[in-house]
Ligand binder design. Structure first.
Ligand code: DGL
Length: 283
């Protein structure tokens, strides 16, 4: 335990981050696939939402978070955020030495499986603005119609825990009904918050539309990279799990952890200080 009450962060952990609770959809898969690994999760709730921000700003947040992870000895980073991946993945890989696993909307499997030739993607505005998305469409969107839709407000709905409220159902109908009417038969969840809305999305789009969540594939890729780099923790004992938020209150993360994943764990606070992420100092 350090003087600020934060437990020692074990060196050689996997570091996972997002703007908020969305990345927990990826954390859950990594947690169950790699129980022996130490994992730290950082929710940058001081800056949520990332989606409407300029890509350069999101890139500097991502860099600050990965810099912190590097300092505490993280061995591999998972950018559990499509927005931060779109804004920063290339830059992070050029700046840091550890392997970095990122995300992109799963257009490829959707395009390969569609029968109607119409695929929907829901993601944040910044994800659609980024160059990686344009490249993805050029590569896999040939011969299929890809309907790309930013649905404002869904990230905050998940943060507030209102996944099943009548207002949320109405919001999803506003966002998705015309995509269904156009014949979409695949919908890609291009933001890590959206898997927590999966049940409601399935109700709104109906049985004929397959919902694609890339989180299991990201966890499988994390494992492949650990194996390839010889970084797997060879232990039968379970690794530790630590959770951090940059937000005002630990409950902004501890409550969703309980609500969404039935995980009861302490959450510790990190502070942004002129672009640098620091542990709070106890006076
Ligand atoms: N969960 C994030 C993503 O996958 C970002 C949401 C946001 O902060 O706008 O894109």
């Amino acid at each position: 335990m350090t003087s600020s009450g934060v437990p020692e962060i074990p060196r050689g952990a996997i570091g996972i981050f997002d703007s908020g609770v969305g990345g927990l959809s990826v954390w859950k898969e990594v947690d169950s696939l790699l129980p022996q690994e130490h994992i730290i999760y950082i929710a940058d709730q001081a800056h949520i939402p990332y989606g409407p921000r300029p890509l350069s700003e999101v890139r500097s947040f991502a860099e600050g978070i990965v810099r912190f992870m590097e300092e505490v000895g993280v061995k591999l980073v998972v950018v559990a955020c499509n927005t931060a991946s779109a804004a920063a993945l290339k830059h992070l890989r050029a700046t840091f030495h550890m392997p970095i696993v990122g995300m992109e909307p799963a257009v490829k499997p959707a395009a390969l499986s569609t029968r109607t030739g119409k695929v929907g993607v829901i993601a944040t505005p910044a994800t659609f603005r980024g160059e990686p998305y344009a490249r993805l469409l050029a590569r896999y969107g040939q011969g299929v119609e890809v309907i790309s839709r930013a649905c404002p407000g869904l990230v905050q709905i998940v943060e507030r825990g209102e996944q099943h409220s009548p207002a949320t159902i109405g919001r999803l109908h506003d966002c998705l009904d015309d995509m269904v009417a156009k014949g979409m038969d695949q919908i890609v969840l291009g933001c890590t918050h959206y898997p927590f809305l999966r049940r409601t999305i399935e109700e709104v789009v109906g049985e004929g539309v397959r919902v694609i969540d890339p989180a299991p594939a990201v966890a499988a890729q994390t494992r492949r990279v650990l194996e390839r780099e010889g970084l797997m923790r060879e232990e039968s004992n379970p690794g530790s799990r630590l959770f951090f938020t940059t937000g005002d209150s630990p409950s902004a993360l501890s409550e969703p952890l309980r609500r969404l994943l039935s995980v009861s764990a302490p959450v510790f606070t990190l502070r942004w200080l002129e672009g640098t992420l620091v542990l709070p100092i106890e006076y």
